[in-house]
Design a protein around this ligand. Structure first.
Ligand SMILES: Cc1cc2nc3c(=O)[nH]c(=O)nc-3n(C[C@H](O)[C@H](O)[C@H](O)COP(=O)(O)OP(=O)(O)OC[C@H]3O[C@@H](n4cnc5c(N)ncnc54)[C@H](O)[C@@H]3O)c2cc1C
Ligand code: SF4
Length: 577
């Protein structure tokens, strides 16, 4: 018989996951006096000791290339990717969905893109505005104090633009645009597309004891000087300083347990070091394992009293799954060829971006997208300027003056690198997907992971709104490249290929599978991200989101987790939970 090792200690709160949502919950709740245990499926990770920020590509034989375990390169601070050994997932018939997971303290915040955009007032009430999807049970005004608080706590740079649905925050000064960014801005201005300073959670001034960024541009490797946001840099240390946080690393949560009164009593987990099952007791459970993992835990928490899992009397756990829409187009810009060596240093990310600028009433799709830009002469790494032989095809030079075929060695090759390095730009769209009934996750009845835990099964389909939006992205990015005097380096994909729209999950902004709402028959959680069915059970990741605006989701995960955790602290103080 399976022996479960039961921890006798009763914690005030058990948090599952240590990323954006879990880290914030741990900080707020420990500082409010709660005795917290945090279960984290991955190992501990310390950016100061463990980051590869100061490594050169030539420090390893691979030159930093991707590995099976690190999909963004061997220096990247992600222990994980779209596939994890022993942790499969499946897709329903005809569906494609790729599920990204990072198993480590801090989760995906160690290597995320740090694009930190607030949702705007319209984003919380889309159904009211265009009849599609649903409204959130809260408004921008409910969220604003928490957005302001995380801006001050974490630090974010930007400029004050007074855009109606892209609210300004409490900004640090923005870095100056790079050379290629100025050329892009010039082109976008001519096309009537606004191009403004990015809003990234990177310090351009010292803040709360953390050093300002020294512009190494290697944020994805984890910042050893704590100058960008990650949970282990900003949230875990203050929680640890209270001495009220116990972190159990390599602890894979399986289910939330329930007592006789029908309340959450703790969490059962597998110790990955020993493969033994443990149980930790807590008065309150906060799931922050990332949206789909938290929904998986709820669906797997079945009992006689809750045969469909927890927080699921409405049957909505797993429903309303969305990811951001996304695709990219690169362009070769002849005027940037043969450019003299110049400084392209800066933060790890673009210094400019283009917020959504059009009126959907004049378009054949609902909702918008923003544009992230890239290019320049950054530190080269494995695979940089791949297929360099093709660059000659893009140039307007007379074919007779091109190097002969096969000149891909020695001096001609070096000359090509010097000639073409820094002469491409790229545009990536990130847009809003509207929840639909074909996109959801459930539990695969036939497959378990290596610890015997049933795995998720994803069903996913884009509607014409997203596909038409993708066509608009393609046309816009190509128009920008042409406006710069350049040529796109790939042909426009066909309608049959959804105009190049990335597979669901590839943009890594999956949200909505435990959505919040006023009506317990159509939502899993109430406006405090508290289960309608169970007052001591909360979700603090992107699961509660009612929609998935074009702004990347993490700044709202952080603000919402702070709001949820503040509510929990108040309820504890009032003796209500
Ligand atoms: C390359 C990349 C770039 C990105 N760029 C941006 C960006 O620019 N802007 C933006 O807003 N977002 C971005 N994101 C998305 C962002 O990283 C996520 O939205 C955010 O980290 C989600 O926070 P979370 O707390 O919900 O989950 P995570 O950060 O994934 O943390 C979840 C934690 O829970 C742990 N866990 C999972 N399951 C269990 C379990 N069963 N038991 C115990 N622990 C468990 C995991 O190990 C992990 O540590 C990016 C992501 C990636 C990968
Ligand atoms: S660019 Fe700045 S924030 Fe990013 S890793 Fe380097 S020093 Fe840290």
């Amino acid at each position: 018989m399976l022996q479960i090792l039961r921890n006798r200690k009763m914690f005030d709160v058990c948090i599952v996951g240590s990323g954006a949502g879990g880290g914030m919950a741990a900080k707020v709740l420990t500082e409010a006096g709660a005795d917290v245990v945090m279960l984290e499926a991955g190992p501990m990770w310390d950016p100061v000791k463990d980051s590869y920020m100061f490594k050169w590509p030539y420090d390893t034989q691979r030159r930093g290339a991707a590995t099976e375990k690190q999909h963004f390169g061997e220096f990247d601070a992600a222990f994980g990717g779209w596939t994890l050994e022993g942790e499969p997932y499946t897709t329903g018939s005809g569906s494609q969905f790729d599920w990204f997971r990072s198993r480590m303290l801090g989760g995906r915040t160690n290597h995320w893109g740090r694009i930190s955009l607030r949702y705007g007032p319209d984003d919380f009430r889309r159904k009211t505005l265009d009849g599609l999807g649903d409204d959130w049970p809260i408004t921008y005004d409910d969220m604003k104090p928490y957005y302001d608080a995380i801006d001050r706590l974490i630090g974010i740079f930007g400029t004050f633009e007074n855009l109606p649905n892209d609210p300004d925050g409490v900004f640090l000064p923005a870095p100056q645009p790079r050379c290629y960014e100025l050329l892009i801005k010039d082109a976008s201005t001519r096309l009537g597309i606004p191009c403004v300073a990015s809003r990234l959670s990177i310090l351009t001034q010292p803040l709360n004891g953390r050093a300002k960024c020294h512009f190494c541009g290697q944020c994805g490797r984890g910042c050893a000087t704590h100058s960008n946001f990650s949970s282990p840099s900003v949230l875990i240390p203050p929680a640890m300083a209270t001495k009220r946080l116990t972190i159990v690393a390599n602890a894979m949560a399986r289910e939330v347990t329930v007592d006789e009164a029908g309340l959450a009593s703790g969490v059962a987990y597998i110790d990955k070091n020993t493969n033994r099952e443990h149980h930790v007791r807590a008065r309150i459970v906060v799931l922050a394992a990332s949206a789909c993992e938290s929904a998986r835990i709820l669906l797997n928490s079945k009992s006689g009293k809750f045969p469909h899992g927890l927080a699921n009397s409405s049957g909505t756990v797993g429903k309303y799954l969305t990811d951001s829409t996304g695709l990219g187009v690169s362009g070769f810009i002849p005027q940037m060829m043969n450019s003299p060596a110049h400084n392209c240093d800066g933060v790890g990310g673009g210094h400019l971006f283009m917020p959504w600028w059009l009126d959907n009433r004049k378009l054949d799709f609902a909702r918008g997208y923003h544009i992230e830009i890239g290019g320049g002469r950054r530190m080269p790494s494995a695979g940089f300027m791949g297929a360099i032989q093709n660059y000659h095809n893009y140039t307007p030079t007379d074919p007779a003056s091109r190097p002969p075929a096969g000149a891909g060695y020695g001096k001609p090759l070096k000359d090509d690198y010097r000639r073409f390095y820094g002469s491409t730009v790229n545009f990536a769209g990130r847009g809003e997907m509207i929840p639909n009934t074909d996109s959801y996750m459930d539990i695969d009845p036939n497959l378990v992971d290596k610890w015997g835990i049933p795995v998720p099964r994803f069903h996913f389909k884009f509607s014409d709104h997203e596909i038409n939006q993708a066509r608009h992205m393609q046309e816009t990015f190509r128009a920008l490249i042409q406006q710069m005097g350049g040529v796109p380096t790939s042909p426009l994909p066909s309608r049959e290929r959804d105009y190049g729209l990335a597979t669901g999950g590839r943009i890594i902004h999956e949200v909505g599978v435990t959505r919040m709402g006023k009506d317990p028959s159509t939502s899993a959680l109430n406006q405090h991200c508290q289960a309608h069915d169970m007052k001591n059970l909360f979700v603090a990741d992107a699961g509660p989101f009612v929609s998935n605006p074009d702004k990347n989701c993490t700044w709202t995960i952080l603000a919402l987790s702070m709001r949820t955790s503040t509510y929990i602290a108040e309820q504890r103080k009032a003796g209500a939970i």
